[in-house]
Design a protein around this ligand. Structure first.
Ligand SMILES: NC(=O)C1=CN([C@@H]2O[C@H](COP(=O)(O)OP(=O)(O)OC[C@H]3O[C@@H](n4cnc5c(N)ncnc54)[C@H](OP(=O)(O)O)[C@@H]3O)[C@@H](O)[C@H]2O)C=CC1
Ligand SMILES: CC(C)CCC[C@@H](C)[C@H]1CC[C@H]2C3=C(CC[C@]12C)[C@@]1(C)CCC(=O)C[C@@H]1CC3
Length: 330
């Protein structure tokens, strides 16, 4: 059991933004004990090997978890509680998007309109998605991005905010989290044409506010981040990597108007790493922390105020609690 030093757990820490956060945290916090909470053992072990190349003395463990599978989340939480008696940083980062294509008609229609900046910042209206249901009967994107993480937090509650040492819950949300796709009466976003990813990310923003209301007095603080647009396996699922490489110069130009065109995971992880260096009590719980990179390549964190009402946050929280009770694992 890890007793001294800082402890960071990163879901989806084997690839993309999660792996870069892991890399940067090991540099920023030399005594860090790191746990990669991943769904694939070989991919997690490969990531650990990569991290050990640059940080040979680092303490890195692996816990297997599939955030879309609640049974797996319970097992992982049990294991984590045996391994750690406190957690400093819990990165709720694992995420998926079930994209089936790009709405190019919408793209060309709005390219030279006033919607241009909104379109490139959020991707709203540009993506066609499909719905899938997990074997446990949950909408897959909701289960992976939101509910699995919610259950993980609830299960780890005993070791969060312990011994006067605050815990930071750091969500990888998105600029695609737009209210129009979120329906408090259909939090899983069932039987909808699209907007599953957006709904799930808006839910994390709402949930983060609820978690602050519920847990700040126990030393648990929740914040949402936005990495902007970053080239990872997630974006290679939208368009092939050769296409993204080809339009790299366009990203630089677009940054004049859209500073969230981060392109690489280092730029995109800026807000996630920055948060780990802040006193959580001093942060605004109602802000989204956005990674920006300007035309000259300077990285900075932009704070975007969330307009979410407490009653919406509380409603979502209660619904998630009720949903969790249906799993009744004990
Ligand atoms: N890329 C972008 O432009 C943006 C990404 N984000 C968010 O950033 C986060 C990280 O994504 P990104 O790095 O881009 O994409 P990647 O696909 O590179 O990384 C996603 C990570 O999540 C893991 N993961 C996916 N599903 C599950 C699951 N069911 N259980 C456990 N782990 C899972 C993946 O594991 P495996 O390797 O096994 O698939 C991988 O480690 C996501 O939440 C995404 O929504 C937000 C805004 C923009
Ligand atoms: C010339 C190119 C830049 C054209 C690309 C058009 C679109 C495919 C992209 C424009 C804005 C992008 C975007 C995302 C995906 C790809 C775009 C829609 C995300 C939705 C990816 C996941 C996120 O969390 C947020 C991103 C916002 C911007």
């Amino acid at each position: 059991m890890a007793t001294g030093g800082k402890v960071a757990i990163i879901t989806g820490g084997n690839a993309g933004i999660g792996l870069t956060v892991a890399q940067r945290l090991l540099t920023e916090h030399p005594e860090l004990t790191l746990c990669l909470a991943c769904r694939s053992k070989p991919r997690a072990e490969a990531a650990r090997d990569v991290l050990l190349l640059s940080h040979p003395k680092a303490s890195i463990s692996i816990v297997l978890v599939d955030t879309s599978n609640i049974k797996s989340v319970y097992q992982a939480a049990k294991q984590l509680k045996q391994m750690y008696n406190h957690v400093d940083y819990l990165y709720l980062n694992a995420g998926i998007m079930k994209v089936v294509g790009v709405n190019w008609d919408y793209f060309w229609k709005n390219l030279f309109s006033s919607k241009f900046i909104h379109m490139f910042t959020t991707g709203d209206g540009l993506l066609k998605e499909k719905e899938e249901i997990t074997e446990e009967g949950l909408e897959t994107v909701f289960a992976t991005n939101v509910f699995g993480h919610f259950v993980l937090i609830k299960e780890l509650e005993d070791i969060l905010g312990q011994n006067g040492c605050p815990t930071q819950l750091i969500w990888t949300s998105s600029s695609n989290a737009v209210e129009t796709h979120f329906d408090i009466d259909n939090i899983q976003h069932r039987n909808k044409e699209g907007g599953h990813y957006s709904s799930s990310k808006y839910s994390t923003d709402v949930l983060s506010i609820a978690l602050n209301i519920q847990f700040n007095n126990k030393g648990i603080y929740s914040h949402v981040t936005c990495p902007g647009l970053v080239m990872t396996n997630l974006t290679f699922g939208i368009l092939p990597s050769w296409f993204w490489n080809l339009i790299l110069p366009i990203f630089w130009l677009l940054r004049i108007f859209v500073p969230t065109m981060n392109y690489d995971t280092y730029n995109g992880s800026e807000a996630l790493v920055w948060l780990s260096k802040q006193q959580p009590e001093s942060l605004d719980a109602r802000c989204k922390y956005v990674s920006h990179c300007n035309f000259w390549g300077t990285r900075y964190v932009h704070q975007h105020k969330l307009k979410i009402e407490d009653k919406t946050a509380d409603n979502l929280y209660q619904q998630l609690v009720q949903l969790e009770q249906t799993f009744n694992h004990k």
